[in-house]
Design a protein around this ligand. Structure first.
Ligand SMILES: Cc1ncc(COP(=O)(O)O)c(C=O)c1O
Length: 401
């Protein structure tokens, strides 16, 4: 046995990672990974950007860069975020290696082993892994259709022996729950957290992927309010709006938090890739992001519509779901006592895969839910894939009786 550290003994391979391996089998229709379809990346635009880069910039692309980010990207991203109402001038912006790194940096900054972190239930697995790797005690609060259950959150906050260090939330187009916090919920949440000294991580990885005007309005980040009595660390990403392969995310935080974040990032990787930062910067500067986002919103809406139609056509009436209004995910619920992992093995044999609910349960138990991501397969496969999953559920039901 190797003398592994205590902190990594908390980490286990997630079903989702193991499944992603399966998802590459060409005959499987995968609703598992939350990633874009390869055919929608703006390859031609990026080709044009690279070919027309000034030769000096091409050389700089191969170099190390400043820890906080390539300065031109920071400027261009600030303009983009400022337009969304984010307080970029009162805070500091840092480019991170994916928003996964932003979450890691913040956890390292605030959390000692044994400290409490509040999460939603269900919760993005990448954040859970980060929290576990810093040996945090995770307390999770269920999400409802309009956001976290505030009554339970208040009870939890009042009953914990010490103030949690962090609360980690994904208010927009939640992964995996598919929901978006209502305006009222955001207001009440800020009121509840006000003055308690808990730092909020507002993860906005799916920002801009709303399907209608109402959702554009509703998905305005809480960070835009910049309340005096709640510290909000805002994280975002290019992964879902340009490409996860760029490995670029960001962190918008107060000056004091930024100073420490920069030191932590320096120790982690010195800087994020200059190469992709230059591409992203030019993409923004040439005004290519907004039209691309418009295309993405239409594409994901179409995918959602196809999924919705197929779910209505094939699913037995004991399977429930909430129709997303942005983002990538359906969160489906089977009756209590159903095991989504068992359903999944039947489904895989038949040719479709998804992710079972316990992957996103901080306690790793609750498993009558599953997540369907409609972002990755070809649109033509959606109907057939949902049909297969519905058949797997029905077969499981017959065997269970
Ligand atoms: C809610 C949420 N946050 C953060 C991320 C991390 O994205 P990245 O590290 O690629 O920026 C993801 C990716 O799926 C996500 O779903």
């Amino acid at each position: 046995m190797y003398p592994f550290s205590k902190s990594i003994s908390n980490l286990r391979s997630s079903e989702i990672r193991d499944l992603l391996k399966l998802a590459t089998r060409p005959d499987i229709i995968s609703f598992a990974g939350g990633m874009p379809n390869n055919n929608i990346f703006p390859v031609d635009d990026v080709n044009e950007i690279y070919n027309n880069l000034n030769p000096e910039l091409k050389k700089i692309a191969f170099q190390y860069g400043p820890t906080a980010g390539f300065p031109k990207l920071l400027d261009n991203l600030k303009n983009f975020l400022r337009e969304k109402g984010l307080p970029v001038d009162k805070n500091k912006l840092m480019i991170t290696t994916g928003s996964t790194q932003a979450i890691n940096v913040l956890t390292k900054e605030f959390v000692d082993p044994g400290d409490y972190i509040i999460t939603e239930k269900p919760c993005f697995i990448g954040a859970l892994s980060s929290f576990r790797s810093y040996e945090a005690k995770i307390e999770s609060i269920p999400v409802l259709n309009d956001g976290i259950n505030l009554e339970l959150l208040e009870k939890k906050l009042d009953s914990l022996p010490v103030t949690p260090k962090l609360i980690y939330l994904t208010p927009n187009f939640h992964n995996p729950a598919g929901i978006t916090y209502s305006k009222q919920k955001r207001k009440d949440l800020l009121k509840l957290l006000g003055g308690r000294g808990i730092i909020m991580i507002e993860d906005d990885a799916y920002a801009n992927l709303y399907f209608d005007e109402e959702m554009r309005e509703m998905s305005r980040p809480m960070k835009c309010e910049e309340p005096d009595n709640v510290t909000i660390c805002y994280t975002g990403s290019f992964s879902k709006i340009l490409g996860p392969g760029l490995r670029l995310g960001w962190l918008l935080v107060s000056n004091k938090i930024f100073e420490k974040s920069e030191l932590i990032k320096q120790a982690m990787d010195a800087c994020s890739p200059n190469f992709t930062q230059i591409i992203a910067s030019e993409f923004l500067e040439k005004g290519k992001l907004e039209p691309y986002l418009e295309f993405l919103r239409k594409d994901y809406f179409e995918r959602k519509e196809l999924t919705q139609k197929a779910l209505e056509k094939y699913m037995p009436d004991y399977v429930k779901w909430n129709e997303p209004r942005g983002g990538f995910y359906y969160w489906c619920e089977m009756p209590v006592g159903y095991d989504a992992t068992d359903v999944m093995s039947i489904s895989i044999q038949k040719g479709a895969v998804f992710v079972s609910g316990k992957t996103f349960d901080p306690a790793g138990v609750k498993n009558n839910n599953f997540r369907l991501s409609y972002s990755n397969m070809s649109k033509e496969q959606i109907d057939e894939g949902i049909k297969i999953i519905a058949e797997a559920i029905k077969e499981y039901t017959r065997k269970k009786r």
